[in-house]
Design a protein around this ligand. Structure first.
Ligand SMILES: Cc1cc2nc3c(=O)[nH]c(=O)nc-3n(C[C@H](O)[C@H](O)[C@H](O)COP(=O)(O)OP(=O)(O)OC[C@H]3O[C@@H](n4cnc5c(N)ncnc54)[C@H](O)[C@@H]3O)c2cc1C
Length: 408
């Protein structure tokens, strides 16, 4: 059970509620079915809505609760940010990818950026006027991100970038991107990486959407040839991008850990069983029981994480536990629902029961188990952090990148 709000928190929650009552968009509470429409038009409309909502929050002073006031934030606490997120969800306003990139690149610029970078990029980012994408992963560099091969070279007062990125969420809608590239192959792999900000609307950037099994174009391949950015857009200096990168990844992990994922509950599954007329079936009841217990356990674990945040304590629940359980149990829940639907479970989209909600969730397994770090990598981290197991052996720490097999 979540602890009760303190008097101060309750007052803040009341203030948030009354602002949301006055300003929540007309579509609040109706976002569910739109998520199942993966057409380009629907994706565009969702972006537009997310941008408009971001602008409303900005105008009301709620766009970034924990950011310092001088950068357009509210100068508030993580507890207040959590309360706002909870209340926003209660109003039926789902989070969007704007929240994700604000949480990743915003704090990184506040911490590592120059005054010029902060002044140029933070205000339009916060207003939702400029959309961002994360250009990290490459075909040969995902879990082992420090293996990036996209090259960067300094030419005059510019950084020139050539290479390929992959799985870049929303690159087709992005105005700006934050990218990691290799500027020095003569030093060990973590030491020769540069972190830079680039304009996505320039010649030399080709974005090719990847269509997923669900039919959405969530992420893309991005090809970069002779892509240019001024050296003033390099964050933390040439070859000094790795600390910025790990900071961004840490923020991404925190975002995923506290984000209540999953569009369906165990109650929805019980409703599905009732619709199938099999509520009395012993095997069905057993599977429903498992789903209900898991939902409850996940809810309690999230509450513990949030309580720790509220009390300013280090959480006693590792974010990786939440990531692993919500991915695996969410998949099991969807598989059970589709099984309950019998032959009609084989249908997809609008032909399937409930507009294909469960099928969509079942097919999202790849995304939920890989995005933000794969389950195996999270398990490795848990083994080291929570169980105190020995670290994975590393043979490349002191070897120049160009001497590694992955460099070619
Ligand atoms: C929905 C979604 C959105 C994404 N958005 C972005 C984005 O916006 N920008 C971006 O840059 N990237 C993005 N990614 C990419 C994501 O970060 C990578 O997919 C992820 O880091 C894994 O890398 P990989 O796909 O190259 O797999 P690999 O690292 O090649 O892994 C392949 C397999 O090997 C396993 N493995 C790898 N290393 C180990 C190890 N040490 N121990 C045990 N097993 C291991 C993995 O678990 C996996 O099963 C996104 C991915 C998804 C699914």
């Amino acid at each position: 059970m979540r602890r009760a709000d303190t008097a101060e928190e309750a007052a803040f929650r009341a203030e948030v509620r009354s602002w949301l009552e006055a300003n929540a968009p007309a579509w609040a509470g109706q976002a569910g079915p739109a998520v199942l429409d993966h057409s380009v038009e629907a994706e565009r409309a969702q972006w537009k809505r997310a941008q408009e909502w971001q602008r409303t929050k900005y105008d009301g002073g709620w766009a970034a609760i924990t950011w310092p006031r001088e950068h357009g934030g509210r100068g508030g606490t993580p507890v207040q940010a959590l309360i706002f997120a909870e209340e926003q969800a209660r109003f039926g306003i789902p989070g969007s990818f704007i929240d994700a990139f604000l949480g990743m690149i915003g704090p990184a610029l506040i911490r590592f950026g120059t005054d010029e970078q902060k002044a140029r990029y933070l205000p339009p980012m916060l207003r939702g006027d400029e959309l961002w994408c994360q250009l990290f992963s490459e075909p040969e560099a995902g879990s082992d991100l420090a293996a990036v091969r996209t090259r960067g070279r300094v030419e005059g007062d510019e950084l020139v970038i050539d290479g390929q990125k992959v799985w870049t969420t929303s690159a087709q809608y992005a105005d700006k991107g934050f990218i990691v590239c290799r500027t020095n192959p003569d030093v060990p792999k973590h030491a020769g990486i540069t972190f830079a900000l680039i304009d996505m609307h320039q010649p030399g950037i080709e974005v090719r959407p990847l269509v997923t099994v669900r039919g959405d174009r969530h992420f893309n391949e991005v090809f970069l040839s002779n892509v240019r950015t001024e050296l003033s857009n390099v964050v933390n200096g040439i070859d000094r991008g790795w600390p910025v990168t790990t900071f961004v990844l840490m923020n991404e992990g925190a975002f995923i850990g506290t984000n209540d994922q999953g569009r369906t509950s165990a109650e929805d599954l019980v409703a599905e069983a009732a619709a199938s007329g099999r509520l009395e079936d012993a095997v069905v009841r057993q599977r429903l029981g498992v789903a209900c217990v898991r939902d409850r356990v996940l809810g309690l674990l999230r509450d513990r994480l949030k309580d720790a945040l509220l009390d300013g304590r280090a959480p006693d629940v590792d974010g990786s536990v939440l990531k692993i359980l919500s991915a695996e149990w969410g998949h099991d829940k969807a598989a059970t629902a589709v099984w309950l639907q019998g032959a009609s479970g084989l249908l997809a989209g609008g032909d399937a029961p409930q507009g294909g909600l469960w099928q969509d969730q079942l097919l999202s397994r790849g995304s939920t188990s890989v995005g933000g770090g794969t389950l195996e990598v999270h398990r490795n981290g848990l083994g080291e952090r929570a169980l105190g197991l020995p670290r994975e052996p590393r043979f490349d720490r002191d070897v120049p990148f160009k001497a590694l097999k992955i460099s070619s």
